[in-house]
Write a protein that binds this ligand. Structure first.
Ligand code: PAF
Length: 281
């Protein structure tokens, strides 16, 4: 496995793979890799001849008061995980390699990026779309792998790929959870012992909401009300949102119909965590 921070070296390598007629998968990440990322890399390895993992804490997707400076990083551990999972190349650029000092072109999306996380993080998806679009141009992958934990991100990326005619297949992969249910996230490392316990209200609410839909409940107010009740019972939890939307358009739903995404964002202490379920009704 190789690692490079240079765009021209990634391009050279991919060109050589293409010359050999090989397919290329891309797993975009911000590093501090865990089993959730590992599952994406393993899937990419199974479905492509060569796999590139990008490992880049993208500054432009963080708001001014967000955790860019403290976002966890451990490139040595990331290398071990990527090597073990069978990746071929890690792209680990410095911010200067990705963004020229006078960088001035952004991918801006309406609607799909405006609800849910877009409300409290208004510039987040502009940063995500811009960096992912750049990564698609640098790596030119056949397939790119994203986790369902960031369900809105997946909807946003799919819409960007459709709207801008980017020639890549987006592969969505299931949420990977700790044994007790907490969705794996690099941000879980911010939680102290007490907060780690309190964070279980997210998955409890998600499992309960999903069970209600599977039992036949269709009224969004009833489902979301029951989910909120679970979260509000935890003193360390503060709800950012608990919502039901169409999984593709991110338009709010009053009834669970179609491809339904129920998503929560909750502050546990100062750490903002997200979780969700998607059901076809
Ligand atoms: O999901 C993430 O880790 C990031 O948003 C992504 C897609 C790598 C873009 O920086």
């Amino acid at each position: 496995m190789e690692i490079t921070g240079r765009i021209d070296e990634v391009r050279k390598q991919v060109k050589e793979w293409r010359r050999q007629g090989l397919t290329v998968g891309l797993v975009p990440t911000m590093g501090y890799l865990h089993e959730g990322h590992e599952s994406l890399i393993c899937r990419a390895v199974a479905e492509n001849d060569k796999v590139v993992v990008s490992d880049f804490v993208n500054p432009i997707q963080f708001g001014v008061n967000e955790d860019l400076a403290t976002y966890p990083r451990d490139i040595e551990a990331d290398k071990r995980l990527c090597e073990h999972a069978g990746a071929d190349l890690i792209f680990h650029p410095e911010a200067e390699e990705m963004y020229a000092p006078d960088f001035s072109t952004y991918v801006e999306m309406q609607k799909v990026s405006e609800g849910l996380c877009g409300k409290t993080r208004p510039t987040h998806f502009r940063g995500v779309c811009t960096v992912v679009c750049k990564l698609f141009h640098i790596v030119t992958p056949d397939r790119a792998y994203f986790g369902q934990k960031d369900a809105q991100q997946m909807a946003v990326i799919r819409r960007m790929v459709r709207d801008l005619d980017i020639d890549v297949e987006i592969v969505g992969c299931p949420i990977i959870r700790e044994e007790d249910g907490l969705a794996k996230s690099s941000r879980n490392t911010y939680l102290n012992q007490e907060e780690r316990k309190a964070a279980l209200v997210l998955s409890k609410a998600i499992f309960h909401g999903e069970a209600l839909v599977k039992k036949g409940e269709r009224d969004a107010d009833v489902i979301l009300g029951a989910m909120k009740e679970i979260i509000e019972a935890e003193p360390l939890a503060r709800i950012d949102y608990v919502e039901m939307v169409d999984a593709d358009s991110i338009e709010p739903l009053t009834k669970a119909e179609g491809r339904v995404l129920a998503a929560v964002a909750v502050y546990i202490g100062t750490t903002r965590l997200i979780d969700n379920f998607i059901v076809e009704v």
